[in-house]
Design a protein around this ligand. Sequence first.
Ligand SMILES: Nc1ncnc2c1ncn2[C@@H]1O[C@H](COP(=O)(O)OP(=O)(O)O)[C@@H](O)[C@H]1O
Ligand SMILES: [Mg+2]
Length: 338
Amino acid sequence: MLAESPKAVPIEFANALKQLGLCGSTVLQGQPLPGGISSDIWRIDTAQGPVCAKRALPKLRVSADWRAPIQRNVYEARWMRIANLAAPGCTPGLIGQHEESGILVMSYLPPRDYQLWKEMLSQGQADVATARAVARILVRIHQYSAAHPELASEFPTDEIFYNIRIEPYLVATAKRYPDLAEVFSSLVATTQASKRTLVHGDVSPKNILIGPGGPVFLDAECAWWGDPAFDLAFLTNHLLLKCLWCPAVASSFLGCFDTTVDTYLGEVDWEDASDLERRTAHLLPGLFLARVDGKSPVEYITQDSQRERVRRVARALLLNPVSRLSEVRHAWQKELKQ
Ligand SMILES: Nc1ncnc2c1ncn2[C@@H]1O[C@H](COP(=O)(O)OP(=O)(O)O)[C@@H](O)[C@H]1O
Ligand SMILES: [Mg+2]
């Protein structure tokens, strides 16, 4: 395949890079990167080599009318700085952030060395060593931030988090199920009240690159100071849903689920691990249902029969909550066997 020829980069990017002192006055060239839903993302070729620049969009490219302030990109940069202190190398290198334009500049990770975890999973590569490495990074970030509570004031993002996570997932889904309204409002209340660590907010395989040094987390636009159970539930939710995507390797996805849970919970030292597990086991069925009936359904669940399976398991667990994540996994495994 021939590489596409470089294009002139948009003026906002060129100006931001200039003001950040990352380039002179030459016309910058680069390539728009595919996959951005909430941002425009470019590889930009500077005299010092390629960089990756990301500009937050005020309106996301999804079918629902979904808006978010472009300042979220400031919090993404802050999250990257702290995550790198907790687990060095777990994000692209942060080069600069241009607050006014909402443009973040980071090191460019070339596709020849880095592959999205989502792509690997879609090809059936559900490797437990990768799941373990991802879980280790996640728990280190939570652990580090729990030990540095002074960082909380850098993330005054309760409102953004409500607008781009809690409302579209939990509140929107609750509206479709009046009999679950109380359960969902208690999930929202617990999540909002458990302000313990830095939270990434979008720990999904589509936001994790796997490279020579291990996983690299991207896209911390939802960064929040809150409940670490949200990140653990969000990640494990994807591993459950992927069983419908590649049924032939469903047992490997469930193996990744178990490894993620064991690795993560084994290192929780800032609170009682069983409390955190209980919050996660309560929230996970809510997020599970949200990925078929909320504002951001996953694109690979296309048949009603698949949606019904998710609804059956999620509703039963929401009405009769369990405390252990293995119980959530078993309920889903039982459904998949039928
Ligand atoms: N530093 C980077 N180097 C190389 N590619 C990147 C980098 N950051 C993002 N990308 C690519 O751009 C895609 C979208 O980036 P992401 O930060 O997830 O934005 P969005 O919020 O729009 O989803 C990623 O899936 C990845 O393929
Ligand atoms: Mg993304």
